[in-house]
Design a protein around this ligand. Sequence first.
Ligand code: AMP
Length: 217
Amino acid sequence: MRIVLLGPPGAGKGTQAGMISKKKNLPHISSGNLLREAVESGTSVGVKANGYIEKGLLVPDLIVVDIIKDRILKNDCTSGFILDGFPRTLAQARVLDEMLLGLNNKIDIVIYMTASKESIVKRLSGRRICSGCGANYHVSYVPSLRNGICDKCGGKLNQRSDDKPETILERLRVYRDQTEDLVRYYRKNGILKEISCENNIEAITKNILDVLCRSSL
Ligand code: AMP
């Protein structure tokens, strides 16, 4: 089962990909996480990507596509995966389709997660990530027990540098400009299912699982 989660930053793609990954036993592939790992390890890809990420701009297609291709070719992806944050441009979607076709596969379903601009800004600006284990929190919706400290590992909670208000607005602008073409592309292919993400996390997961079930996935 090959699933793409599509939607603006802050729609909850990472959270939902994590939930669906556990339920369906599929690897969760986040292009943002792969890029941040490259930045942290100081690889040449990471150095190139960092400037774009910090400004809220998209990393050039060639860089991201290579990272994703390598990941999809790993053994744990043979029976499927959940893509979160990739593709983000029409060019990326076409490369992905071509690559999968070469492997006699295809994307089965694209879950299009929608949310209002107000809830997106609220979610992103309150998001905190553990510097130790990567766990996600939110200052209002999913607070840690001790302020600024991870419940799971005691690590320090940080705000992602691209979750600052000015960068959030730039990321939303980039999303509108570049990613909305994808909605048309996948809708035309007949595999797009839209889900409103204004609900709580569990209700959204249930909706996504229902959609997968109705599509016999
Ligand atoms: P995310 O964690 O998905 O919000 O991604 C964080 C940042 O990584 C984005 O703002 C982009 O700079 C970069 N990024 C992630 N995925 C992609 C992609 N598919 N194409 C280009 N840039 C990406």
